[in-house]
Design a protein around this ligand. Sequence first.
Ligand code: SF4
Length: 578
Amino acid sequence: MEKILRIDMGAPNGPKVTIDPIGSYEGLGGRALTSAIIAKEVPADCHPLSKYNKLVIAPGLLSGSIAAMSGRISVGCKSPLTGGIKESNSGGQPSQVLARLGYTAIVLEGKPDSNDLYSIFIDKNGVKIGIDNNLKMLPNYDLVDKMKEKYGDKIACISIGPAGEMMLGAASVAFTDMDLRPARHAGRGGPGAVMGSKKIKVIVLDDTGLPMREPKDPAKFKEANKVFVEGLRKHGVTGQALPAYGTNVLANILNEAGAYPTYNFKQGTFAGVSNISGEKEAALEAERGGMPTHGCHRGCVIRCSGVYNDKDGHYLSKQPEYETVWAHGADCGIDDMDKIAMLDFLDDNYGLDTIEMGVTIGVAMDAGLLKFGDADGAIDLVHQVGKGTPLGRIIGSGAAVTGRVFGVERVPVVKGQAMPAYDPRGVKGLGVTYATSPMGADHTAGYATTANILKVGGYVDPLKPLGQVELSRNLQIATAAIDSTGMCLFTAFAILDQPETFQALIDLLNSFCGLSFTAADVVEYGKKILKMERDFNIRAGFTKEQDRLPMFFKTEPLPPHNVTFDVKDEDLDQVFNW
Ligand code: SF4
């Protein structure tokens, strides 16, 4: 896995394939690689949908190996939603498959002049690109069915739905899971719109006949993997809570903490939470013949995912995750799990970020477009996005645009990106992350829920400003490094609490890549990535004024604790001053 596949979609005689050695990007994977390529090769002031932007799809350093949990993939570009650098991270099978095919990254460049739509097929024999206009405006599930008919079921797909083709700001890039369902998404920041601007509908991968990637030191690697898996199995969050109830185990926890944003961030508790909690979701899945425990890619041992069936026992969607259930649930005042699962399916099918869509609908509800709690109205809005009606295109452009169009003052976004499922007034460490992350409001960029709420990796009072800057800084640095390995971020629970599990991760990296990294080197690696990303954003025109939460979080107390976001601006400006 030492080469970069570049596809120039704007080449004079049609798409041109080049396979480059990794060269100066050696030692980088996942987020480190996507951000390095974007920072170096994309003019920071370009339009995100122009030929100057690039879409970089990169497996992690350990992807394609037998290392447990190593199948995450990074998608990088200049974001159409934030206008800054973007790394959006997804599960699914393509990371493992792409890595085994020998590619450190696929870089999609340029832009065709025509309106033709392309599909790409990659296997051990090379890369085939063809015009496939029959695929136009196909939703992701229908698209993958067609790919299965054509190429068989040993494939993995990376695709966009109609939202990506329409180049909407909330458009995701879909990745198929182990059951060949397009149910895992790099959703944040609109990377699907960039793929759509390149006119690429789907990339089909087939690694048949190719072996697993081999470590430099197989014996040490095997031992490190054993210790790593043991560490994940013995930790309460990764070994019990996530497998049993999925990420939505957090619904009751955040609600009890009074930080579960409800009715477009007006209060921190939701009366209907018991109907949409992880416990309820898992019970419904078991009762209806779905699956409460499921991995999104081969080699996942936590298995936080699941399968959600309808009342008749038919597949409705993959298990909607905590952020999705919250965004379409409490934030919109909806407490019907089946309707939320339908919204999750529609988002996946049309190729939309579930967080952006839920928050946008909450903003539309605040504008009076529909009432809080109107699940059928919400479903209709998502269908309108898929059909591309004028209203649908506004909604599909995200919360910031929708707020402007309908004159809403309270729009929970940072750098144009919708805020996830933790109210920053009640989880102040996450408020710092939302404000300062180069990615815009993103819980995964520095997941302070750990120490603020779950008491993992220490404890920092979530309602007080003290210690939040340091907490967010350290987590942002660690996350940037983990996002480069291909490891699922949920491994962080065990890594933060158990030094031997953290050491096992370092041993995995060293024995696989032939490195001699220490914990301090990992920290430096994370800092380097953040610095590249911050530099890009500064060149794109960002100043410290964009490292702020919307004003209403500072002025409107959040019930039940009646707290505001009171981390000082000058303290926010110290997050990257290490
Ligand atoms: S823990 Fe969940 S998100 Fe992470 S790799 Fe496994 S199924 Fe995917």
